[in-house]
Ligand binder design. Structure first.
Ligand code: UT7
Length: 331
């Protein structure tokens, strides 16, 4: 029997119109344009403005255009998985809300909470439903409205994050293209260095938690940076070795966009020059689960059928991992 692989057959993204520049951040916190650019590579990020606008709204924009591009209807979707740490509500899941908004009446789905690894965790999970042959069309979304959990008085976090959503369609492939291999890891002891203190069952919302600004991202940047550099580089090198890939075999590195210095370190460990590294951190900042599908969207026209892609991410949890996939289409 021919082995079924899960292939990405369409990609799309959405970023809000409002551009938050480094110059504007200079007015909010004690920072400089130059510090932000040299330490992170970020020039600007997008912010979702407007009463009643949530993560699902960005996803709906991205998905509706994807369906149009691929020429299929929402009724054909079997399943939808959303990687996010900024769900519209604690429950129900953002996946449920999106399915309702796009009219995907035959789909089921759920959210995956893995912070910046949310998209790769979701993609690997979805691929298993395709490989078993039970599902034919799955939307995998990575999206975060980070501005909803950022403290714009905290200069160590507010300069990094932005809002955005990306989506891919996964379908079965019987040629050799699609997801070939993946390595996913987690280490919950890392939770101390990157988390949101209040709003969960450990510390429900109260006047005190609001006053203490505990509903925002807390990050010990230097520690997270050290773990991110080591683990993202290690896992990317490991997946290459285990699949006998040399740097010449790899067409693209699609890395989580948290800090340009982390991406550079990963590329260097893999022996890749900058021409093989997808980069859009300068325009969107760190959109958490959104970065990887937004990269695929931005670079879609440059991707060729059969290209070997290494996707890798590191994030809160800690969570991290890498995926080796063969790109399945020419656009
Ligand atoms: O996406 C999921 C995982 N997250 C990450 O991968 C993020 C990992 N961490 C990072 O990217 C970096 O650690 C940051 C960009 C967050 C910070 O860069 P850094 O080079 O690690 O800076 P630092 O935290 O070591 O701080 C260096 C100095 C400090 O001043 P002193 O103590 O040396 O006087 C900070 O107070 O820079 C100061 N600083 C700033 N200065 C100007 C921190 N934030 C700012 C700022 N503007 N925004």
């Amino acid at each position: 029997m021919t082995k079924i692989r899960a292939a990405i057959t369409a990609v799309n993204g959405y970023v809000p119109d409002y551009i938050l520049t480094n110059k504007e951040l200079e007015k909010l916190v004690d920072t400089t344009e130059d510090w932000i650019l040299t330490r992170t590579g970020i020039e600007e990020r997008r912010i979702l403005k407007g009463e009643g606008k949530a993560t699902s709204d960005m996803c709906v924009e991205a998905i509706n255009k994807l369906l149009e591009k691929r020429g299929i209807s929402a009724m054909e979707i079997d399943m939808l998985i959303v990687g996010t740490v900024t769900p519209d509500m604690v429950f129900p899941s953002t996946a449920n809300i999106i399915c309702d908004k796009i009219g995907a009446k035959n789909a089921w789905g759920y959210d995956v909470s893995a912070a910046c690894s949310g998209f790769i965790y979701s993609l690997v999970t979805a691929s298993k439903f395709i490989e078993t042959g039970t599902h034919k069309k799955i939307l995998v979304v990575g999206a975060d409205k980070m501005s909803s959990i950022i403290d714009y008085q905290d200069r160590s976090t507010c300069i990094i994050f932005g809002d955005g959503a990306g989506v891919v369609l996964l379908e079965p492939s019987t040629d050799e293209n699609g997801i070939v291999d993946s390595i996913l890891r987690s280490d919950g002891s890392g939770r101390n260095y990157l988390h949101q203190k209040a709003g969960g069952s450990l510390k429900p919302a109260s006047h005190q938690t609001v006053d203490a600004r505990e509903h925002a991202v807390y990050q010990e940047g230097k520690t997270v940076y050290k773990f991110a550099v080591k683990n993202m580089a290690d896992v990317s090198a490991e997946i290459m070795e285990r699949n006998n890939l040399t740097s010449d075999d790899v067409a693209w590195l699609v890395a989580h966009q948290a800090n340009k210095r982390i991406i550079d370190a990963t590329a260097s460990r893999m022996g890749l020059g900058p021409e093989k590294v997808m980069l859009n951190i300068q325009r969107y900042g760190n959109t958490t689960a959104g970065t990887i599908p937004l990269c695929l969207w931005d670079y879609e026209k440059q991707l060729k059928k059969g290209d070997n892609l290494i996707i890798s991410a590191f994030g809160g949890g800690f969570t991290w991992g890498a995926i080796y996939l063969k790109w399945a289409y020419n656009s």
